[in-house]
Design a protein around this ligand. Structure first.
Ligand code: FAD
Ligand code: SF4
Length: 498
């Protein structure tokens, strides 16, 4: 008999021939990767994931814990031991369907989730050895389906004849749309850009998240009957109130993200040759600037590039710049390497690719030449002080430590804030002083029928947090619209009786 876990997995029987003590001896498997020297001159995906053999060997490491804490570590509570067991049984299609019960974007999340801080950090195997490579296994089953399997949309509930508008087609918007379509609602996504996917399309580079993967998962959302209207800026083309009053939507989800770049506010930031990471990444990812003149959008990157920041965005900007071909690419970060919020795998890849890291370095001015182009960046050395409210040690300037680095391009990647267009055009929608939309524990905003989540509510967060918020809001919107339906029914009965 297969040892039962508490996640109600229906599998065909025990297939892992190894005793737990034997499983613990197997080292974690590494995915197949493009070598650093080759990949710095192309935009193809760096990590190719596991092949069948590696995936099966890695799956054997799972201890099938009675209390699988990894499930709690995942923000959407994927039945991790359940799908790993199905993978071991070589029922790859059932494995991906198990994952999709909890996460409608598995090929995306398997690639970009910071697993080392989520499901994998709590994996019991990780207490003594390295944790099971859960994210890589999730990616494997998702990729299996795209290459060899057959996607069948999950069954939908009876039509509810109620319309929901979702604003923004990032991971949050796509998730809430998929969840509500399955519950029988008519869902339309309104997207400002010409392609759906949010940051997954215009922010995260091709070499980490191929766009055909995003497009495929978007198609799966559409396969549920979700309509996506692109090139519509809600708040400009149409307001939220018009969606309710003129187009008959009964609930709206705001998943508009945090797309406005933050700047350092230091002298010289207006010089030619200074980019925000958003501009650089959008030009490269969405407008294919690296293929100019085949594509219309140019991108002028000089010989020496400095990227400022320490998160995923900075890492993407610096690795993208490197691939455009400068002689030298430097990352400047005001804290130490331990404080960097970027995913560990991306930091490791950036180092392999020959990016120079200058830690404890804070830019204070950008200097230009007589034509107004960047010629150098002035920095101050920092030391670390006491931890801040997030537990990261504060950077403290060292007096008299200023120095200058010769660069001709500067990319600022220090975070994003929400675009205020919806907040400004939707009366009664409460926001914080940072412009994020205030929501309660159900994802409800201060306006009845309007829900929000992801970066627009959290500020910059993660893909899986946006997915989790989307799932939570779908439950709340379903409850809300059920109540609206019942009230309407009662009113209709009263009218009929009178
Ligand atoms: P978004 O993905 O931002 O999507 C919002 C969408 O709404 C956009 O398509 C936008 O065009 C649209 N929109 C905005 N305003 C309007 C409007 N008025 N009308 C209509 N549409 C509108 N997270 C990770 O977990 N792992 C990573 O590796 C990672 N790397 C990242 C790299 C970069 C470069 C960036 C920028 C972020 C990264 N993140 C990463 C963070 C992650 O991408 C975000 O947390 C996540 O995408 C937020 O999802 P969302 O659905 O809230 O919004
Ligand atoms: Fe882990 Fe992210 Fe997959 Fe959840 S979605 S199991 S957190 S990799």
């Amino acid at each position: 008999m297969r040892k039962q876990n508490n996640t109600n997995t229906k599998t065909n029987g025990k297939v892992n021939p190894l005793k737990p003590s034997e499983r613990m001896k197997i080292p974690r498997h590494l995915p197949i990767e493009q070598g650093a020297e080759i990949r710095i001159s192309n935009f193809e995906e760096v990590s190719q994931g596991f092949n069948f053999e590696l995936a099966l060997e890695e799956a054997k490491r799972c201890l099938e814990c009675k209390n699988p804490v990894c499930v709690d570590g995942c923000p959407v509570n994927i039945d991790i031991p359940g799908f790993i067991q199905l993978l071991l049984e070589k029922d790859y299609q059932a494995a991906i369907e198990k994952v999709r019960e909890s996460n409608y974007l598995p090929a995306i999340c398997g690639r970009v989730c910071p697993q080392e801080n989520l499901c994998e950090i709590v994996c019991l195997l990780g207490k003594k050895r390295e944790p099971v490579a859960i994210g890589k296994l999730e990616r494997f089953v998702a990729d299996y389906e795209m290459a060899h399997g057959k996607f069948t949309p999950p069954q939908k509930a009876e039509p509810k004849n109620q319309k929901v508008a979702v604003i923004g087609s990032g991971p949050g918007g796509l998730t809430v749309a998929a969840e509500l379509a399955q519950r029988g609602y008519d869902v339309t996504i309104y997207e400002a850009l010409h392609e759906p996917g949010g940051v997954l399309i215009f922010g995260i580079p091709e070499f980490r998240l191929p766009k055909h993967i995003v497009k495929e998962e978007v198609e799966r959302v559409k396969a549920l009957g979700v309509e996506i209207k692109t090139n519509v800026i809600v708040g400009r083309t149409i307001t939220i109130d018009e969606l309710f009053d003129e187009l008959g939507y009964e609930s709206v989800y705001l998943g508009t993200g945090a797309g406005s770049p933050n700047f350092l506010n230091i002298p010289g930031e207006n010089l030619s040759g200074v980019y925000s990471a958003s501009e650089l990444l959008t030009r490269v990812n969405l407008m294919k600037a690296y293929k100019f003149p085949e594509y219309d959008t140019p991108l002028k990157i000089g010989k020496r590039v400095a990227v400022i920041g320490g998160g995923d965005v900075a890492m993407d900007a610096v690795r993208t710049s490197k691939r455009i071909g400068p002689e030298h690419t430097i990352l400047l970060y005001r804290r130490s390497r331990e404080e960097m919020p970027a995913r560990v795998e991306e930091v490791h890849h950036a180092e392999e690719e020959g990016i120079e890291f200058q830690m404890l370095t804070n830019p204070v001015a950008i200097h230009g030449d007589e034509n107004g182009w960047v010629k150098s960046i002035e920095c101050q050395k920092m030391k670390l002080g006491e931890p801040d409210e997030k537990g990261r040690r504060r950077p403290i300037p060292i007096e008299g430590s200023n120095f200058t680095i010769d660069v001709d391009t500067v990319v600022v990647a220090i975070g994003q804030s929400p675009n205020p267009v919806i907040q400004q055009t939707t009366p009664g929608l409460e926001t914080t002083k940072w412009g994020t939309i205030i929501v309660d524990e159900k994802g409800a905003t201060s306006r009845e029928g309007i829900y929000a989540g992801g970066d627009i509510a959290r500020g910059g967060a993660t893909v899986i947090q946006a997915v989790a918020d989307g799932k939570r809001a779908a439950v709340s919107i379903h409850e809300y619209l059920t109540q609206v339906r019942e009230e309407n029914k009662k009113k209709a009965e009263q009218v009929a009786e009178s």
